[in-house]
Write a protein that binds this ligand. Structure first.
Ligand SMILES: Nc1ncnc2c1ncn2[C@@H]1O[C@H](COP(=O)(O)OP(=O)(O)O)[C@@H](O)[C@H]1O
Ligand SMILES: [Mg+2]
Length: 404
């Protein structure tokens, strides 16, 4: 008897793919970086701190400011988002309207692009030019007054905006409505997030609008804390019985070197994928070892820190450019290095010196250097990043670079 194949199966067979059923991971969306669990593990303290500071924004309609700092993967972005969601719900129970806008200041690093994002919340399609920042603030004020809105603005990676455009916007937002006379029930509060401590990048005037008690520092996670975070994620995203306690402990142990929850979750996900690809019933230690090798084999923080600013800029340029690419030419790398220099207010060094940097990075195993193969014009030199996800490399670099 002839079997009838459905078209998809046919395509899969023809292409030689094997579409294995997913027996290990049950819900990939719970492993996404922008997924925020209902409850953050071991962050009750900072959550309560945020609440104590920001509740007066709705109780007395006062504008509050708070800074959240800590290194990569300490939960700054997730904490702020979880707080905004929970706070909005709490306020709504009290008959108050809370809205929030989260702005990533790495991609929006000028006052007008930040304000535009905020205004779009109240006025979708707000024109992206033609208004000064003063006018934009005035329009925002009208929206808040009219709707009795308590607005929380989260400025994530705020130091990038300050570095690029100064702290004028922060100052204006901190002083927003200070001389208000109407009895409108609205407020505008700021949650500023950065890896770098605020006193290292804010000017004295802006810093003075921020009380000492309003500076929340998130410590790196300890080994047991990372274990609990990993366990929570395994329960959310994996089929029951596929991740033993021993595996959780192992992941916690490896990631405690960095205290970085993102790293722990990434290890868990990669180990789970490998276990499934191997047709296993559960994750085993070999999967975790392989996942670790895949993630961080050559990049250690101390190695990156020892490079010095110029070589760090070269590597930063390369890692950004290669996010979506397997290979790049040295010419392209030189261009992206120049862009990185501009961002850090550094003068780009000349061509010969740039080549020296590339060679050193190659010798250290941080990049691969080779000549182009068939199909490429001439003898172009090409660059590869063998086994480091660009995003991980970029994060680690930025962490050591801002500390200088
Ligand atoms: N306390 C926590 N409980 C559960 N997951 C966490 C916790 N802290 C961080 N995570 C997870 O770790 C990852 C990195 O957190 P993130 O907030 O992006 O860190 P940061 O902004 O400090 O770099 C995210 O996937 C986040 O969901
Ligand atoms: Mg973050």
């Amino acid at each position: 008897m002839k079997t009838i194949m459905r078209p998809f199966e046919l395509i899969v067979r023809m292409a030689g793919f094997e579409d294995k059923p997913q027996r290990i991971i049950s819900d990939f969306s719970k492993l996404d970086f922008d997924y925020v669990p209902e409850k953050l593990v071991h962050r009750d303290g900072p959550m309560q701190q945020l609440f104590s500071i920001l509740k007066s924004s709705i109780e007395d309609s006062t504008n509050q400011r708070v800074a959240v700092t800590g290194s990569v993967g300490t939960g700054k972005s997730s904490l702020s988002k979880r707080f905004c969601l929970d706070f909005r719900e709490w306020a709504s129970g009290k008959g108050q309207r809370v809205e929030f806008v989260i702005v990533n200041c790495r991609s929006r690093n000028t006052p007008s692009s930040v304000l535009l994002k905020i205004l779009e919340k109240f006025q979708p399609g707000f024109p992206d030019r033609g208004f000064s920042t003063t006018e934009m603030l005035e329009i925002l004020r009208k929206h808040l007054t009219k709707g009795n809105v308590h607005l929380l603005i989260v400025l994530d990676e705020v130091n990038v905006m300050v570095k690029k455009s100064g702290s004028d916007l922060l100052y204006c937002l901190s002083r927003f409505d200070d001389e208000r006379v109407t009895d409108s029930k609205h407020s505008l509060s700021l949650i500023m997030i950065s890896q770098q401590p605020v006193n290292e990048f804010l000017d004295a005037a802006t810093l003075s609008t921020l009380k000492r008690t309003n500076q929340i520092v998130l410590d790196k996670y300890s080994r047991p804390e990372l274990g609990d975070i990993t366990r929570q994620r395994a329960e959310l995203a994996f089929h029951p019985g596929t991740v033993d306690d021993e595996i959780i402990e192992f992941i916690a142990d490896i990631s405690s070197e960095f205290g970085d929850a993102r790293f722990a979750i990434e290890l868990l996900e990669n180990a789970g994928r490998m276990a499934n690809d191997e047709g296993q019933e559960s994750v085993n230690p070999e999967n975790v070892r392989a996942a670790k090798a895949m993630t961080y084999s050559v990049v250690t923080e101390s190695k990156l820190a020892s490079l010095g600013l110029q070589k760090q800029l070269v590597l930063l340029g390369i890692s950004r450019m290669m996010r979506k690419r397997a290979f790049a030419t040295t010419g392209e790398a030189e261009k992206s290095y120049a862009v990185a220099c501009e961002e850090f207010d550094q003068k780009a060094r000349g061509h010969t010196q740039f080549w020296e940097y590339l060679r050193t990075l190659g010798d250290m195993g941080l990049i691969g250097l080779g000549t182009s193969g068939k199909g490429m014009v001439g003898k172009t030199s090409i660059i590869t990043l063998p086994d480091i996800p660009c995003r991980v490399l970029e994060d680690k670099l930025l962490q050591v670079m801002v500390k200088e």
